[in-house]
Design a protein around this ligand. Structure first.
Ligand SMILES: Nc1ncnc2c1ncn2[C@@H]1O[C@H](COP(=O)(O)OP(=O)(O)O)[C@@H](O)[C@H]1O
Ligand SMILES: [Mg+2]
Length: 244
């Protein structure tokens, strides 16, 4: 279980980005964070992964405070993070990256299977370098595959839908559903996508650096997702005119 307690973040000379965030991610649950752009979702994800350091507050994994641990230590403890904008690595192939994630080696079947789950052909990608020649969508899918190779306690996906075509997206949704049903790990998925929100156990709205509303999908989803609400005032998910 991940517990976030009274988290504040105010970079020097800046306004408060996160204010009094308290949130619990129960074991085996899929929790979606959603809300307007600039609300603080990515910042919160970075705090969980240890990439950014909170000004005050605490984060506990299975009762142990991880707030002073660096990203590598948190990763060893089982926290995986798929960035909104993944990093590229020159001189390393997709195969090597996936094997590293697995902890050393992986079979051809495992490699092909994990790439297929994000809509990619192993034969076309395994020997390619994870460099600037890959498109934004390809690098994003490879990063998600890397996270799936790890044995994680908690996975944070930051807008996994970004740059992903519809076909791969359908396959990705199935991956999330399978992970959710296996209950092997907890998942936080930051998303604006109604199809992702619709498979969550819980949904929390992050707005102006705080947790707005949080509860079960059945309670929150109808409040924030109305397919015919292009012009209504009660939809918090899409800012007016925002493309998904
Ligand atoms: N280190 C930082 N210094 C200054 N501003 C920051 C920093 N990190 C995030 N922000 C600002 O905080 C706000 C929230 O950003 P972000 O967490 O990326 O929002 P979201 O992911 O919900 O769209 C944005 O206005 C962003 O520019
Ligand atoms: Mg973001």
């Amino acid at each position: 279980m991940l517990e976030i307690k009274d988290l504040y973040f105010q970079p020097e000379g800046e306004r408060q980005i996160l204010k009094n965030i308290s949130l619990t991610i129960p074991d085996g649950k899929l929790v979606c964070l959603t809300g307007p752009n600039g609300g603080g979702k990515t910042t919160l994800a970075k705090m969980i992964a240890g990439v950014e350091k909170a000004t005050s507050g605490d984060i506990l994994l299975d009762g142990e405070s991880i707030i002073d641990k660096d990203p590598t230590e948190r990763s060893r403890m089982g926290i995986s993070y798929a960035f909104q904008q993944p990093v590229r690595f020159k001189g390393i192939t997709v195969r090597e990256l996936l094997c590293l994630a697995k902890g050393g080696t992986a079979t051809e079947d495992e490699l092909n299977e994990v790439l297929a789950s994000v809509g990619m052909e192993g034969s076309a990608y395994l020997n390619r370098e994870v460099d600037t020649h890959l498109s934004g969508g390809e690098i994003k899918r490879i990063e998600i595959a890397t996270v799936l190779m790890r044995d994680s306690k908690l996975i944070v996906f930051d807008e996994p839908e970004a740059g992903i075509d519809l076909w791969s997206f359908n396959s990705l949704i199935r991956v999330f559903e399978e992970l959710r049903d296996s209950r092997r790990c907890s998942m936080i998925i930051i998303s604006h996508q109604e199809r992702i929100l619709s498979i969550a156990d819980e949904i929390a709205l992050i707005q102006d650096g705080t947790v707005g509303i949080h509860g079960s999908r059945s309670t929150i989803y109808p409040l924030i997702c109305k397919t015919d609400c292009d012009d209504c005032d009660s939809c918090f998910v899409r800012e007016k005119g925002e493309e998904i």
